[in-house]
Structures are given as C-alpha cells and as structure tokens.
Design a protein around this ligand. Structure first.
Ligand code: SF4
Length: 369
C-alpha cells in the first residue's frame, strides 16, 4: 500500500475536540480499569515477531509452561489483593513447532496448549472467584467454542491488517498467526460465537497511517456484523535492547494522540478505547483524545509483555485521571452491556459468577476485607 497520509495530514486539535465530545456522549466522566493478575501460561510461541520480548526460544532456560500449582499461586495472590480478573496470556501454538513444548504438555497430560488452557480455566473457576480472560491468539471456531464456557471474555490484538508487514525483512515475516486474514477470521469467529472480545492496534511497527486506519475499519466492520467488541487497545511499540527492532523509535506523543482520536471516531461509540498507562510517561494526555479506559492494572504481577514498565499504582492513576476531570472506577473483564443473560454472551455459569462480582450498574462491586 502507498503511504498517502502522514501525521501532518490531520488537524490534531480538531480531532481531539471531536473525539472528546464523542467519548463524553457515550461514557461521560467515568474512566475505568480492571484489577487483574497476569498469568503467562507459556512464553513459547511458534511465531517470531521482531518486536517481541515475551517469547522465549525453547533452547532458553526461561522457556516454560506454567504448571497448575504455579498458576494457582498467582491466582490466590491476586484474589488476596482484591483482583477480579485473571489474564491468561500465551504464545501461539508452540506445540506445532517445538518438541520441547510437546514434551512439557505431555508431562502435564495434554497434547495441545488450548486443551491445557481449558483445564487451567476450569481449575481457576473451581478454586477462586476470579474471572478468566483468555489471550490465546488465533483460534478456530471449535477452540473458541470449547473455551467459551470457562472464559468470561477473550482477546487477541489484531495489531495490523497490513500484508506488507508479513514480507521478508518486516516484523511479521514467517509468523503464520500474523497473516491478517487469520486474525480477522478469529475476530469474526469470536463474534459469531458471542464472545465479549478485546482487540487492538499496535502502533509503530512499520505500518503506514493508511494501514492503521484500515485496521481500525476492519475492527469496526467486524463489530457491526456481530456487536461483540468490548474494547480496542491502542498500544505503542516500545523498543528494547534484546529485540530485532531495537533501533526503531516508538511512536511519539503526537502520533499516539492522533491514533487514539481516530480510533474513537472510526469505531462505534460503545466500544471502549484503551491504552496501557505504563507504556508512556504522558499517558494522562490520552484522556484529551477520547480514551475512556486504562485496561488491566495489576497490583501484584508484572506486565510480562513489557516487564521493564511497571504498572502505576491504582491510587496514582486515580489522581492523574482526576487531574483531567474524570473519575476512575473499577470494572470487570466483562463490560456492563455484555452482562445480560438473554443476550448469550455469558455461559450460565459465567453469568452467575459475574453477578456475584458486579454492582447494579455492571461495574465491579467494592470488596470488603
Ligand atoms: S505471536 Fe505474540 S507471543 Fe508470539 S512472537 Fe508474536 S508477539 Fe510474541
């Protein structure tokens, strides 16, 4: 695709005003976050994205699949710290590429990561009050159907619909799960199967402005068909010394503000717009561009995708959010509009669990200690 637009193509002030008005009409003065623990179920992955530090090659000593006891330890720590969401994050189908992944899974009694993931979600539901949110990458219809009864919500970053980024020398080269059509298929299957779904765009990995806008439009198209997208994350690429893209600069503040505003204006107003607050020093300014959610914040576990970036303390985030005239409120991993039993977004078991954790307006109930 030709690079037609650049950031000078946009009237930033005008965009920010329009995006803020649209956010205000749909979300008022409330900005939300989800109190979560993060479980990196496996850091092995069959893909090799050039910007990823989460992934470990099976030859590395730190390549692993967490056993059930380690998962429970994290979950219990989260429960004691008032978390309501457990985010299960994993590399894509490592068993299809690596013997070590197959061996580790076999020791645990499974042949696929998705089979083990389902078992782990069942264990979390049995042993805790937390709501599993599953980030397992591209999934087939059958895999989504098998996970839906045990996951309150699921996510997969669309990242970019640019096929250019899959060519040799580009960040998604030889990454079968980053072929745009595969990710769009998963996003649509999530909608067909009525899964409350999180997706997002990754900014600064070599995509053009046109491709960025095309990605946002692909998300909106899917949502218009299935009405299943809860939130869209606008995530900035962060360079790190140990990745192939270490010399690429991350996007600057101007680029992030324009992209967040475009997301707010292109996407349906009921879709929450989110950006991780630990990935930029100026995140509070995102509130001027139509953002209404800070995503999952953990009081106890690291951001394993960007481990050098610590989460802000929730009270600090509350204060910075307030400084822009907004009120920070805790939400569940399932947004209020997906909590009605009759709409079919929650399995009966998950509906009961969500009911126990929600307030009347669908946000998170305050926990007494
Ligand atoms: S698919 Fe995800 S986990 Fe795998 S290499 Fe790419 S970014 Fe990392």
């Amino acid at each position: 695709m030709l690079k037609v637009l650049n950031h000078k193509s946009f009237d930033k002030s005008e965009l920010l005003i329009r995006a803020s008005e649209r956010r205000h009409a749909a979300w008022g003065k409330i900005v939300t976050y989800s109190r979560k623990v993060f479980v990196p179920l496996t850091n092995m992955c069959r893909d090799t994205c050039s910007y990823c530090t989460f992934v470990k090659h099976p030859n590395s000593k730190s390549a692993q699949i967490l056993n059930p006891e380690s998962v429970l330890e994290i979950v219990r720590l989260g429960e004691r710290s008032g978390c309501k969401e457990v985010l299960l994050s994993l590399g894509e189908k490592p068993e299809l590429r690596y013997e070590k992944a197959r061996e580790e899974l076999k020791k645990l009694g499974f042949s696929t990561m998705v089979g083990y993931l389902k078992f782990v979600c069942q264990m979390i539901l049995r042993e805790s009050t937390l709501l599993p949110h599953v980030n397992a990458g591209t999934l087939s219809e059958d895999e989504i159907s098998s996970l839906k009864p045990v996951a309150a919500s699921m996510g997969m970053m669309l990242e970019s619909v640019s096929r250019r980024l899959t060519k040799r020398g580009m960040p998604h080269f030889a990454c079968p799960d980053k072929i745009p059509v595969q990710r769009i298929r998963t996003m649509n299957n999530m909608g067909m199967l009525k899964v409350p779904f999180t997706t997002g765009v990754l900014i600064g990995i070599g995509e053009s402005w046109d491709e960025r806008i095309e990605t946002l439009k692909a998300i909106e198209d899917s949502h218009r068909k299935y009405n299943h997208i809860q939130e869209v994350i606008v995530q900035n690429f962060v360079p790190k010394p140990d990745i192939k893209m270490r010399n690429f600069p991350g996007p600057d503040q101007e680029e992030m503000l324009i992209t967040i505003a475009l997301a707010r204006l292109i996407l349906s107003p009921e879709i929450s717009i989110q950006s991780p607050p630990n990935l930029s020093a100026y995140h509070v300014n995102y509130l001027d561009a139509g953002l209404n959610d800070w995503g999952g914040i953990s009081p106890v576990t690291d951001d394993y995708i960007n481990p050098e970036k610590t989460w802000p303390r929730i009270e600090e985030l509350r204060a910075s959010t307030k400084s822009k005239g907004f009120e920070l409120q805790e939400r569940l991993t399932v947004y209020p509009r997906f909590q009605n039993k009759k709409d079919g977004f929650l399995s009966p078991n998950m509906f009961r669990r969500v009911t126990g954790l929600r307030r009347k307006d669908g946000l998170a109930r305050k926990q007494c200690c």
